[in-house]
Design a protein around this ligand. Structure first.
Ligand SMILES: Cc1cc2nc3c(=O)[nH]c(=O)nc-3n(C[C@H](O)[C@H](O)[C@H](O)COP(=O)(O)OP(=O)(O)OC[C@H]3O[C@@H](n4cnc5c(N)ncnc54)[C@H](O)[C@@H]3O)c2cc1C
Length: 449
């Protein structure tokens, strides 16, 4: 078959799902185009360490074209997909300068992931940023570190207390990881670096609407997590919802009624919703969507009525699987194999079968919870397992070794954080807006997702 006649596979998204499809097609007689609106594959599970100043972004976000450079049948394009024209078999996208692109396909795989959900309170986005992208993590890092700098400058005790109050909303794994890092910064890393302010005075709150932290985990692991957080100085507020906020406060509704807490730093870790591409696919195929906007796909990951179109990962609803990395990776591998089988003339499709490898979350240094293969682990053992698994899944030996080295230096030897840069521009952009809010970058609707 000549190069021009080869089967064209367009993969939307170079995250866990998209990259695994692409790699699974490495030796197939196809041309693969991976189109992503960023130039990198992001290892989201370690994003919180960028927000905490532990890791530089490059170690967890290698360039996509670098990742696939040895795969001669694949190419990467930096463009934002705007339209999936299923009748014409064309993906429409726009380049960074707005130039239109048309990508014809024979097989389409959509793996656009998910974004934050503010549960209908989108106005919270400007006061309580979430964390999904490298920009989000950098923004959070600036905001957290800047709060300590502003506390050092403040002469009014009330203002200082506000800068030293941190509220994380949502006690899922990401909220727990973030709040644990704020507590470590305040109580372990920063105290010796400040002169006017005692960073031990920081008040760190974790709000959770449900009755326990890390809701997907077993009660024993939930109790361990809450106990560790409290020992680290975190106030855990269960059955508590954020019902209002502005630039200097958050109002929560808990078991004792409403309470307003004065704070300059709120972090949103409470919910996710599927990429808008899921809604677009659902509208064009008549497929259903769940409460998180995820499209309901067939057992072989195709969308209804379109055997040549697959959707995978965080943007799909399949067998009640959670929005975590393993389903996206396994679905990606499965779809790659299925495309190869079809090209070989094998139309039998065994449904996707998920192999549950368990789940884990860190709380702080030497403290994590892990639930794997029917066993539950906490403390140093859980932490070691967590570290091993996360390093293993990073892309490239350079990034793995760099991460282990950076961890050893930051967490074990220096008890410091090596990536704490706040530039002049960032400092002035974030802090000196008069009495108004310290605003998060608000994305336009086309960039959400
Ligand atoms: C902070 C955080 C921590 C997490 N921690 C864990 C963890 O510890 N363990 C775990 O298992 N899971 C974790 N997850 C979840 C895990 O990262 C996701 O389940 C996984 O990334 C889903 O893979 P995906 O391919 O569906 O989407 P993603 O990996 O998000 O990839 C989607 C890709 O699509 C691109 N894209 C989106 N829209 C467009 C468009 N219109 N045009 C072009 N490109 C587009 C994006 O840029 C992105 O590269 C975490 C997630 C976050 C945000």
């Amino acid at each position: 078959m000549s190069e021009e006649q080869r089967h064209r596979v367009v993969v939307v998204g170079g995250g866990f799902g998209g990259l695994n499809v692409t790699k699974a097609l490495a030796h197939a007689d196809v041309d693969v185009t991976v189109v992503d609106r960023t130039n990198h594959h992001l290892f989201q599970p370690l994003l919180y360490q960028v927000a905490a100043g532990i890791l530089p972004p490059g170690l967890i976000a290698p360039a996509l074209r670098g990742v696939i450079r040895k795969q001669k049948n694949a190419r990467a394009l930096l463009a934002e997909v705007t339209d999936l024209d299923l009748d014409a078999h064309v993906v429409r996208a726009s380049g960074p300068d707005g130039r239109p692109l048309e990508l014809p396909y024979d097989t389409l795989v959509v793996a656009g992931g998910a974004t934050h959900s503010y549960f209908g309170r989108d106005e919270f986005a400007r006061y309580a940023p979430g964390m999904k992208t490298v920009e989000d993590a950098r923004h959070l890092r600036d905001q957290i570190l800047l709060a300590f700098e502003m506390a050092e400058l403040a002469t009014d005790p009330q203002e200082r207390a506000e800068w030293l109050t941190f509220v994380v909303i949502g006690a899922g794994p990401t909220g727990v990881e973030l709040v644990g890092q704020v507590a470590e910064l305040a109580h372990t890393v920063l105290p010796q670096d400040y002169r006017a302010v005692d960073t031990h005075e920081a008040r760190i709150l974790l709000l959770e609407g449900a009755g326990a932290v890390v809701p997907p985990f077993a009660p024993k692991l939930q109790r361990y997590t809450q106990g560790r957080l409290e020992a680290m100085g975190v106030e855990v507020r269960l059955h508590s919802l954020a019902v209002g906020m502005d630039g200097e406060s958050v109002t929560l509704k808990g078991p004792d009624g409403e309470e307003t807490i004065r704070t300059r730093t709120r972090i949103w870790a409470a919910g996710v919703q599927a990429s808008p591409l899921a809604a677009q696919l659902a509208e064009r195929t008549g497929a259903g969507t769940d409460r998180a906007g995820r499209i309901e796909v067939n057992p072989d990951c195709t969308v209804p009525g379109r055997p040549e179109v697959f959707a995978i990962g965080d943007m799909v609803s399949l067998d009640g699987l959670p929005g975590v990395a393993q389903p996206a990776m396994q679905e990606g591998k499965y779809v790659g194999k299925l495309i190869k089988a079809r090209l070989a003339g094998d139309e039998r499709t065994a449904p996707f079968h998920y192999f549950d490898k368990g789940s884990m979350a860190t709380i702080g240094h030497r403290a994590a919870v892990a639930d794997a293969f029917g066993m539950r682990f906490t403390g140093v053992l859980g932490y070691t397992m967590w570290g091993f698994v996360h390093v293993l899944y990073l892309i490239g030996w350079g990034n793995r070794l760099g991460t282990v080295y950076t961890w050893a230096r930051a967490l074990t030897f220096s008890h410091s954080r090596g990536h704490r840069i706040i530039t002049f521009e960032q400092a002035h952009e974030r802090a000196f807006r008069g009495p108004g809010p310290v605003e998060a970058p608000v994305r336009g609707p086309s960039r959400a997702g």
